[in-house]
Design a protein around this ligand. Structure first.
Ligand SMILES: Cc1ncc(COP(=O)(O)O)c(C=O)c1O
Length: 380
């Protein structure tokens, strides 16, 4: 029985549990795991995923805004939450009240948190972000020691963590090495001066695969938790590839099937013209659901276990596919935009390639109107 939706996402909670267990196995018992759940847990549904991760051994959550932190708190109390972005000036009080650990890159930010901590009678645990080559946030590695010392002297705050972020870890071993060396020099300097930092972290998913020497005592995987390997030029060992399982499938229904004669233009702009007599099906999903328009005339979907190419432009709510070689396709049939049917699978990585983007964007583009259905032994 198909679910009563036109387009929906199925999230396999057992796959997520498997992935977290594999990450735990890979990093060992001494290293804590911060699961990155920003952007609605990479489109999988934040509250459900946070609850599952809490039950299965996440140590810390990484978020992009305070709304996400609140959603996590509403599911369970007590887990440390790190705000990975910078807090806006008017978010400082809220972050302190909600006991969210801020990332800071400057003394100005440290002072703002100190003032709020004193005023609100709270203790704030800061994580100092170090820019070793990403360029987005962070204090320069040479200025970091001074910032840590000065921030630590402020009332109400304590520097609990120190971290950096790789910029090209899936592609560029040399640049990653430069970042690693800059961060390590800083750590050596801190150690040499007897400045202890409780929590040190650098590794996202790509770095977990390619930079196993910088696990420190916390790692920050996102994509791997959801069972997707970051692509890129650096190849990870093939045995690693089989260890995680994609948790999310994106599915929709066929709403209409018809035969068209040779020469028929399809969809907006007529970018596809039938080269022969064809049977085409209309899908009840489009870019309004997050099925990216860039996949027009490039992506394929699965119907009855066979790959069927998208023909013509993907529209807001509907997409046309060529089902000529597939027998018996009918309105109401299920189509997999991401996921498995029989022995065939379309991965988020593959769809991302067709759309000229990355799996992170494919997942986080799945829109609010797509219900998330949870499967597996821990599904509610
Ligand atoms: C600072 C930081 N750490 C970790 C992650 C997780 O990255 P990934 O999904 O590649 O594991 C992100 C995600 O963008 C991030 O911004």
């Amino acid at each position: 029985m198909n679910p009563p939706y036109r387009c929906w996402a199925e999230v396999d909670l057992d796959a997520l549990r498997n992935n977290l267990a594999w990450i735990r196995h890979r990093v060992g018992p001494q290293v804590r795991i911060m699961t990155v759940v920003k952007a609605d847990a990479y489109g999988h549904g934040l509250k459900q995923i946070a609850a599952l991760l809490m039950q299965n051994g996440t140590d810390v959550f990484g978020v992009a805004n305070l709304g996400e932190a609140r959603a996590i708190r509403s599911v369970g109390r007590g887990w440390p939450i790190l705000m990975l972005g910078a807090c806006l000036p008017d978010e400082v009080d809220l972050a302190v009240r909600d006991d969210v650990m801020p990332s800071i890159s400057s003394l100005v930010e440290a002072r703002a948190f100190s003032r709020a901590a004193v005023r609100l009678g709270r203790a704030v645990r800061l994580h100092v972000k170090v820019d070793t080559g990403m360029g987005r946030l962070g204090v320069g590695a040479r200025a970091a020691t001074d910032l840590i010392l000065r921030a630590d002297r402020l009332p109400g705050v304590r520097v609990e963590g120190l971290y950096t972020h790789y910029a090209s870890v899936e592609d560029n071993a040399g640049f990653s090495q430069t970042q690693r060396a800059a961060f390590q020099r800083l750590l050596d300097e801190l150690a040499g001066r007897g400045i202890p930092i409780a929590t040190i972290h650098a590794n996202n998913s790509g770095a977990l695969l390619h930079e196993p020497d910088t696990l420190f005592n916390l790692v920050r995987p996102g994509l791997l938790v959801y069972g997707i390997l970051p692509g890129g030029a650096r190849r990870s060992a093939s045995d690693l590839r089989q260890q995680v399982r994609a948790a999310l499938s994106l599915k929709c229904r066929i709403s209409f099937v018809k035969e068209i004669p040779r020469g028929t233009p399809l969809s907006y702009g007529g970018s596809f013209v039938a080269p022969r007599r064809m049977r085409v099906a209309t899908l009840s999903a489009g870019y309004g659901d997050g099925y990216l328009r860039a996949g027009s005339n490039r992506a394929s979907v699965l119907v009855r276990g066979r790959r069927c190419p998208v023909v013509g432009r993907i529209t807001m709510d509907q997409t046309i596919i060529d089902v000529s070689p597939v027998r018996g396709v009918r309105a109401g049939d299920e189509a997999a935009l991401i996921g498995r049917q029989g022995s065939e699978e379309i991965t988020a990585n593959e769809l991302a390639d067709w759309c000229g983007t990355i799996p992170w964007e494919v997942l986080t583009s799945i829109s609010y109107r797509v219900p998330r259905l949870y499967r597996g032994t821990q599904a509610a």
